[in-house]
Write a protein that binds this ligand. Structure first.
Ligand SMILES: CC(C)(COP(=O)(O)OP(=O)(O)OC[C@H]1O[C@@H](n2cnc3c(N)ncnc32)[C@H](O)[C@@H]1OP(=O)(O)O)[C@@H](O)C(=O)NCCC(=O)NCCS
Length: 310
Protein backbone atom coordinates (compact mmCIF):
# COMPACT_ATOMS: atom_id res chain seq x y z
CA UNK A 1 0.00 0.00 0.00
CA UNK A 2 1.43 3.42 -0.93
CA UNK A 3 2.02 5.73 2.00
CA UNK A 4 1.38 9.46 1.96
CA UNK A 5 2.62 12.34 4.05
CA UNK A 6 1.69 16.00 4.19
CA UNK A 7 4.45 18.62 4.21
CA UNK A 8 3.97 22.14 5.52
CA UNK A 9 5.74 24.97 3.69
CA UNK A 10 8.07 22.62 1.78
CA UNK A 11 10.89 23.90 -0.47
CA UNK A 12 10.18 25.83 -3.66
CA UNK A 13 10.49 22.78 -5.93
CA UNK A 14 7.27 21.30 -4.48
CA UNK A 15 5.42 24.50 -5.32
CA UNK A 16 6.85 24.38 -8.83
CA UNK A 17 5.71 20.79 -9.26
CA UNK A 18 2.13 21.72 -8.31
CA UNK A 19 2.27 24.61 -10.74
CA UNK A 20 3.51 22.29 -13.48
CA UNK A 21 0.80 19.71 -12.80
CA UNK A 22 -2.06 22.21 -12.43
CA UNK A 23 -0.89 24.05 -15.52
CA UNK A 24 -1.03 20.86 -17.55
CA UNK A 25 -4.32 19.56 -16.16
CA UNK A 26 -6.28 22.77 -15.49
CA UNK A 27 -4.38 25.48 -17.34
CA UNK A 28 -3.62 27.40 -14.12
CA UNK A 29 -0.91 30.05 -14.39
CA UNK A 30 1.08 31.94 -11.78
CA UNK A 31 4.54 33.40 -11.32
CA UNK A 32 7.00 31.01 -9.74
CA UNK A 33 7.96 33.77 -7.29
CA UNK A 34 4.42 33.84 -5.84
CA UNK A 35 5.20 31.33 -3.10
CA UNK A 36 8.06 33.40 -1.68
CA UNK A 37 6.05 36.60 -2.16
CA UNK A 38 3.12 35.28 -0.13
CA UNK A 39 5.25 34.08 2.74
CA UNK A 40 6.68 37.59 2.88
CA UNK A 41 3.56 39.76 2.64
CA UNK A 42 0.91 37.84 4.56
CA UNK A 43 0.80 37.76 8.33
CA UNK A 44 0.94 33.99 8.15
CA UNK A 45 1.04 31.67 5.16
CA UNK A 46 0.82 27.91 4.79
CA UNK A 47 1.39 25.67 1.79
CA UNK A 48 0.32 22.08 2.48
CA UNK A 49 1.48 19.45 0.03
CA UNK A 50 0.65 15.76 0.21
CA UNK A 51 3.26 13.49 -1.36
CA UNK A 52 3.48 9.78 -1.97
CA UNK A 53 6.42 8.77 0.18
CA UNK A 54 8.11 6.24 -2.07
CA UNK A 55 7.69 7.77 -5.52
CA UNK A 56 7.82 11.34 -4.10
CA UNK A 57 4.85 12.11 -6.35
CA UNK A 58 3.18 15.40 -5.53
CA UNK A 59 -0.44 14.40 -4.94
CA UNK A 60 -2.48 17.28 -3.58
CA UNK A 61 -2.12 20.82 -2.25
CA UNK A 62 -3.80 23.75 -0.56
CA UNK A 63 -2.64 27.18 0.59
CA UNK A 64 -3.91 29.37 3.40
CA UNK A 65 -3.07 33.01 4.09
CA UNK A 66 -3.91 35.15 7.11
CA UNK A 67 -4.16 38.85 6.42
CA UNK A 68 -4.62 41.10 9.44
CA UNK A 69 -6.28 44.50 9.08
CA UNK A 70 -8.43 46.96 11.05
CA UNK A 71 -11.41 44.58 10.98
CA UNK A 72 -9.40 41.58 12.25
CA UNK A 73 -7.90 38.63 10.42
CA UNK A 74 -9.18 37.51 7.04
CA UNK A 75 -8.13 34.04 5.92
CA UNK A 76 -8.09 32.94 2.31
CA UNK A 77 -7.68 29.58 0.62
CA UNK A 78 -5.94 28.89 -2.68
CA UNK A 79 -4.25 26.24 -4.80
CA UNK A 80 -6.75 23.56 -3.78
CA UNK A 81 -5.61 20.91 -6.17
CA UNK A 82 -5.18 17.19 -6.66
CA UNK A 83 -3.14 15.60 -9.46
CA UNK A 84 -5.50 13.85 -11.92
CA UNK A 85 -4.25 10.33 -11.27
CA UNK A 86 -4.96 10.70 -7.53
CA UNK A 87 -8.40 12.36 -7.77
CA UNK A 88 -11.47 10.87 -6.15
CA UNK A 89 -9.43 8.96 -3.57
CA UNK A 90 -9.96 11.32 -0.66
CA UNK A 91 -6.59 13.11 -0.76
CA UNK A 92 -7.86 16.68 -1.01
CA UNK A 93 -10.59 16.64 1.62
CA UNK A 94 -8.25 16.21 4.65
CA UNK A 95 -6.21 19.19 3.46
CA UNK A 96 -9.34 21.31 3.34
CA UNK A 97 -10.30 20.14 6.81
CA UNK A 98 -6.84 21.08 8.04
CA UNK A 99 -7.07 24.68 6.88
CA UNK A 100 -10.63 24.97 8.24
CA UNK A 101 -9.28 23.95 11.67
CA UNK A 102 -6.79 26.82 11.53
CA UNK A 103 -9.45 29.29 10.37
CA UNK A 104 -11.76 28.42 13.26
CA UNK A 105 -14.43 31.09 13.77
CA UNK A 106 -12.68 33.77 11.72
CA UNK A 107 -13.86 35.14 8.43
CA UNK A 108 -12.43 33.36 5.39
CA UNK A 109 -12.61 33.81 1.64
CA UNK A 110 -12.20 31.62 -1.40
CA UNK A 111 -12.94 31.90 -5.10
CA UNK A 112 -15.05 28.80 -5.53
CA UNK A 113 -14.90 27.12 -8.91
CA UNK A 114 -18.44 27.04 -10.27
CA UNK A 115 -18.50 23.23 -10.17
CA UNK A 116 -17.70 23.06 -6.46
CA UNK A 117 -19.23 26.26 -5.11
CA UNK A 118 -22.23 24.50 -3.52
CA UNK A 119 -19.97 22.06 -1.75
CA UNK A 120 -17.91 24.86 -0.19
CA UNK A 121 -21.11 26.49 1.02
CA UNK A 122 -22.80 23.37 2.37
CA UNK A 123 -19.82 21.52 3.85
CA UNK A 124 -17.62 24.34 5.07
CA UNK A 125 -19.88 27.36 5.58
CA UNK A 126 -18.69 29.49 2.66
CA UNK A 127 -22.25 30.69 2.20
CA UNK A 128 -21.87 34.50 2.18
CA UNK A 129 -21.81 35.14 -1.54
CA UNK A 130 -22.85 37.83 -4.02
CA UNK A 131 -25.67 37.15 -6.49
CA UNK A 132 -23.33 37.13 -9.45
CA UNK A 133 -20.79 34.75 -10.89
CA UNK A 134 -17.34 35.79 -11.94
CA UNK A 135 -16.88 35.31 -15.64
CA UNK A 136 -13.63 34.76 -17.50
CA UNK A 137 -13.13 36.26 -20.95
CA UNK A 138 -10.02 35.26 -22.85
CA UNK A 139 -8.33 36.51 -25.97
CA UNK A 140 -5.24 35.19 -27.74
CA UNK A 141 -2.56 37.85 -28.03
CA UNK A 142 -2.35 37.10 -31.76
CA UNK A 143 -6.04 38.11 -32.02
CA UNK A 144 -5.48 41.51 -30.39
CA UNK A 145 -5.34 44.72 -32.38
CA UNK A 146 -4.69 47.82 -30.30
CA UNK A 147 -7.23 50.40 -31.55
CA UNK A 148 -5.69 53.39 -33.35
CA UNK A 149 -7.70 55.79 -31.26
CA UNK A 150 -8.75 55.45 -27.68
CA UNK A 151 -10.11 58.26 -25.52
CA UNK A 152 -8.30 61.63 -25.42
CA UNK A 153 -9.72 62.29 -21.96
CA UNK A 154 -7.38 60.06 -19.99
CA UNK A 155 -3.65 59.55 -19.66
CA UNK A 156 -1.50 57.03 -17.80
CA UNK A 157 1.74 57.04 -15.84
CA UNK A 158 4.00 54.21 -14.81
CA UNK A 159 3.03 52.91 -11.40
CA UNK A 160 6.48 53.75 -9.97
CA UNK A 161 6.09 57.42 -11.01
CA UNK A 162 2.93 57.90 -8.95
CA UNK A 163 2.95 58.95 -5.32
CA UNK A 164 2.22 55.97 -3.11
CA UNK A 165 -0.31 57.84 -0.95
CA UNK A 166 -2.34 58.73 -4.03
CA UNK A 167 -2.72 55.21 -5.41
CA UNK A 168 -3.33 53.83 -1.91
CA UNK A 169 -6.24 56.22 -1.62
CA UNK A 170 -7.64 54.96 -4.92
CA UNK A 171 -7.04 51.37 -3.89
CA UNK A 172 -9.12 51.91 -0.77
CA UNK A 173 -12.07 52.83 -3.02
CA UNK A 174 -11.79 49.32 -4.48
CA UNK A 175 -10.67 47.26 -1.51
CA UNK A 176 -12.00 48.06 1.92
CA UNK A 177 -8.87 46.68 3.59
CA UNK A 178 -5.48 48.37 3.86
CA UNK A 179 -3.06 46.52 1.57
CA UNK A 180 -0.26 48.92 0.77
CA UNK A 181 2.42 46.39 1.72
CA UNK A 182 0.73 43.60 -0.23
CA UNK A 183 0.38 45.72 -3.37
CA UNK A 184 3.77 47.44 -3.20
CA UNK A 185 5.55 44.08 -3.07
CA UNK A 186 3.28 42.72 -5.79
CA UNK A 187 4.24 45.56 -8.11
CA UNK A 188 7.93 45.07 -7.37
CA UNK A 189 7.92 41.48 -8.62
CA UNK A 190 9.72 40.68 -11.83
CA UNK A 191 7.90 40.65 -15.18
CA UNK A 192 5.21 42.95 -13.79
CA UNK A 193 3.95 46.00 -15.69
CA UNK A 194 1.79 48.49 -13.85
CA UNK A 195 0.23 51.84 -14.82
CA UNK A 196 -2.14 54.32 -13.22
CA UNK A 197 -4.78 56.11 -15.29
CA UNK A 198 -5.76 59.75 -14.70
CA UNK A 199 -8.61 61.98 -15.80
CA UNK A 200 -6.71 64.68 -17.74
CA UNK A 201 -8.99 67.55 -16.80
CA UNK A 202 -9.25 66.92 -13.05
CA UNK A 203 -5.95 65.09 -12.52
CA UNK A 204 -7.88 62.47 -10.52
CA UNK A 205 -6.84 58.83 -10.50
CA UNK A 206 -9.57 56.79 -12.19
CA UNK A 207 -7.99 53.35 -12.19
CA UNK A 208 -4.86 51.27 -12.28
CA UNK A 209 -3.81 48.06 -13.91
CA UNK A 210 -1.06 45.49 -13.82
CA UNK A 211 -0.08 42.84 -16.32
CA UNK A 212 2.21 40.00 -15.24
CA UNK A 213 4.03 37.49 -17.37
CA UNK A 214 3.01 34.12 -15.91
CA UNK A 215 3.60 30.43 -16.54
CA UNK A 216 2.37 28.82 -19.75
CA UNK A 217 3.60 31.86 -21.67
CA UNK A 218 0.51 33.85 -20.73
CA UNK A 219 -0.10 37.43 -19.64
CA UNK A 220 -2.21 37.98 -16.56
CA UNK A 221 -4.09 41.23 -15.84
CA UNK A 222 -3.80 41.30 -12.07
CA UNK A 223 -5.48 43.55 -11.06
CA UNK A 224 -7.22 45.80 -13.57
CA UNK A 225 -9.49 48.55 -12.21
CA UNK A 226 -11.09 51.48 -14.03
CA UNK A 227 -13.94 53.85 -13.23
CA UNK A 228 -15.29 53.60 -16.79
CA UNK A 229 -14.74 51.87 -20.11
CA UNK A 230 -13.00 54.86 -21.73
CA UNK A 231 -10.37 54.98 -19.00
CA UNK A 232 -10.02 51.18 -19.18
CA UNK A 233 -9.25 51.40 -22.91
CA UNK A 234 -6.46 53.93 -22.40
CA UNK A 235 -5.03 51.85 -19.55
CA UNK A 236 -5.06 48.62 -21.55
CA UNK A 237 -3.45 50.23 -24.58
CA UNK A 238 -0.64 51.82 -22.54
CA UNK A 239 0.06 48.67 -20.53
CA UNK A 240 0.26 46.45 -23.61
CA UNK A 241 2.59 48.93 -25.26
CA UNK A 242 4.99 48.78 -22.32
CA UNK A 243 5.37 44.96 -22.46
CA UNK A 244 8.23 44.00 -24.80
CA UNK A 245 6.90 41.80 -27.62
CA UNK A 246 3.48 41.36 -25.99
CA UNK A 247 2.19 39.81 -29.24
CA UNK A 248 4.38 36.76 -28.60
CA UNK A 249 2.49 35.65 -25.48
CA UNK A 250 -0.31 33.12 -25.72
CA UNK A 251 -3.32 34.92 -24.28
CA UNK A 252 -4.75 36.94 -21.42
CA UNK A 253 -8.05 36.83 -19.56
CA UNK A 254 -10.22 39.28 -17.66
CA UNK A 255 -12.13 37.94 -14.65
CA UNK A 256 -15.08 40.06 -13.70
CA UNK A 257 -18.47 40.01 -12.06
CA UNK A 258 -21.05 39.22 -14.72
CA UNK A 259 -22.79 42.54 -13.94
CA UNK A 260 -19.74 44.39 -15.34
CA UNK A 261 -20.21 43.80 -19.05
CA UNK A 262 -17.71 46.61 -19.76
CA UNK A 263 -14.97 44.04 -19.21
CA UNK A 264 -16.23 42.01 -22.15
CA UNK A 265 -16.73 45.19 -24.22
CA UNK A 266 -13.14 46.20 -23.51
CA UNK A 267 -11.75 42.94 -24.85
CA UNK A 268 -14.07 43.04 -27.86
CA UNK A 269 -12.83 46.55 -28.61
CA UNK A 270 -9.26 45.25 -28.65
CA UNK A 271 -10.07 42.11 -30.69
CA UNK A 272 -9.52 41.83 -34.42
CA UNK A 273 -12.98 40.32 -34.42
CA UNK A 274 -15.50 40.14 -31.56
CA UNK A 275 -15.85 36.38 -32.00
CA UNK A 276 -12.24 35.96 -30.98
CA UNK A 277 -13.12 36.59 -27.33
CA UNK A 278 -14.27 33.46 -25.52
CA UNK A 279 -16.21 33.67 -22.27
CA UNK A 280 -17.09 31.17 -19.57
CA UNK A 281 -18.44 31.11 -16.04
CA UNK A 282 -15.54 30.71 -13.64
CA UNK A 283 -16.12 31.22 -9.91
CA UNK A 284 -18.10 32.81 -7.13
CA UNK A 285 -16.59 34.82 -4.25
CA UNK A 286 -17.45 33.00 -1.05
CA UNK A 287 -16.98 34.06 2.59
CA UNK A 288 -17.69 32.21 5.82
CA UNK A 289 -18.71 35.00 8.21
CA UNK A 290 -19.07 38.29 6.41
CA UNK A 291 -19.30 39.10 2.74
CA UNK A 292 -16.99 42.02 1.85
CA UNK A 293 -18.50 44.31 -0.78
CA UNK A 294 -16.45 45.47 -3.77
CA UNK A 295 -17.36 47.92 -6.57
CA UNK A 296 -17.91 45.28 -9.28
CA UNK A 297 -18.48 47.87 -12.01
CA UNK A 298 -14.85 49.04 -11.68
CA UNK A 299 -13.21 45.63 -11.44
CA UNK A 300 -12.05 44.05 -14.68
CA UNK A 301 -9.71 41.61 -12.94
CA UNK A 302 -8.80 40.94 -9.31
CA UNK A 303 -5.21 40.85 -8.03
CA UNK A 304 -5.46 37.06 -7.94
CA UNK A 305 -8.10 34.45 -7.21
CA UNK A 306 -6.27 32.69 -4.41
CA UNK A 307 -5.69 35.25 -1.70
CA UNK A 308 -7.34 38.51 -2.75
CA UNK A 309 -11.09 38.95 -2.98
CA UNK A 310 -10.72 41.90 -5.38
C1 LIG B 1 -11.22 19.74 -6.31
C2 LIG B 1 -10.14 18.70 -6.16
C3 LIG B 1 -8.94 19.33 -5.42
C4 LIG B 1 -10.67 17.53 -5.35
O1 LIG B 1 -9.64 16.57 -5.20
P1 LIG B 1 -9.96 15.04 -4.82
O2 LIG B 1 -8.74 14.44 -4.18
O3 LIG B 1 -10.50 14.35 -6.00
O4 LIG B 1 -11.07 15.23 -3.73
P2 LIG B 1 -11.52 14.22 -2.63
O5 LIG B 1 -11.46 12.81 -3.20
O6 LIG B 1 -10.79 14.44 -1.34
O7 LIG B 1 -13.03 14.67 -2.51
C5 LIG B 1 -13.37 15.89 -1.91
C6 LIG B 1 -14.83 16.16 -2.11
O8 LIG B 1 -14.97 17.10 -3.20
C7 LIG B 1 -15.90 16.58 -4.16
N1 LIG B 1 -15.48 17.04 -5.48
C8 LIG B 1 -14.26 16.90 -6.02
N2 LIG B 1 -14.26 17.43 -7.25
C9 LIG B 1 -15.49 17.90 -7.48
C10 LIG B 1 -16.13 18.54 -8.57
N3 LIG B 1 -15.46 18.82 -9.70
N4 LIG B 1 -17.42 18.89 -8.44
C11 LIG B 1 -18.11 18.64 -7.30
N5 LIG B 1 -17.56 18.04 -6.24
C12 LIG B 1 -16.28 17.67 -6.34
C13 LIG B 1 -15.84 15.10 -3.99
O9 LIG B 1 -17.05 14.51 -4.44
C14 LIG B 1 -15.66 14.95 -2.48
O10 LIG B 1 -16.90 15.08 -1.83
P3 LIG B 1 -17.27 14.12 -0.59
O11 LIG B 1 -16.13 14.23 0.38
O12 LIG B 1 -18.55 14.69 -0.08
O13 LIG B 1 -17.37 12.76 -1.18
C15 LIG B 1 -9.66 18.13 -7.54
O14 LIG B 1 -10.79 17.62 -8.22
C16 LIG B 1 -8.98 19.14 -8.42
O15 LIG B 1 -7.77 19.34 -8.31
N6 LIG B 1 -9.72 19.78 -9.34
C17 LIG B 1 -9.16 20.75 -10.28
C18 LIG B 1 -8.73 22.00 -9.58
C19 LIG B 1 -9.91 22.72 -8.95
O16 LIG B 1 -10.92 22.98 -9.59
N7 LIG B 1 -9.75 23.09 -7.65
C20 LIG B 1 -10.76 23.82 -6.93
C21 LIG B 1 -10.55 25.28 -7.11
S1 LIG B 1 -11.80 26.24 -6.31
Amino acid sequence: MPEFETLINPPQEYFEEIIRLSGESDNWSVQLGDYKYRTKVYDEYWLFVTVEKESKDVVSSITLARWDAEDGPLYSIGLYYCAPKYRGQGHARPLFKRVMDIIGDNNAFLAGNYKITEKYAMDYGFDKTPNHWHMCSTIKCSDVKIPDTVSENYETKKWSDVNCTRWTEYDRSICDRERRKIMTSWMAMSATFGRVVFDKSSGKIVGYGVFRIVTRNKLSPAPFYADNLEAAGVLLKDILNMIPKWEGYASFSLMYAECNQDALRLLEHFAKDKDMVSTCRLYRSQFTKKFIETPSEKVYAPVECAHQFV
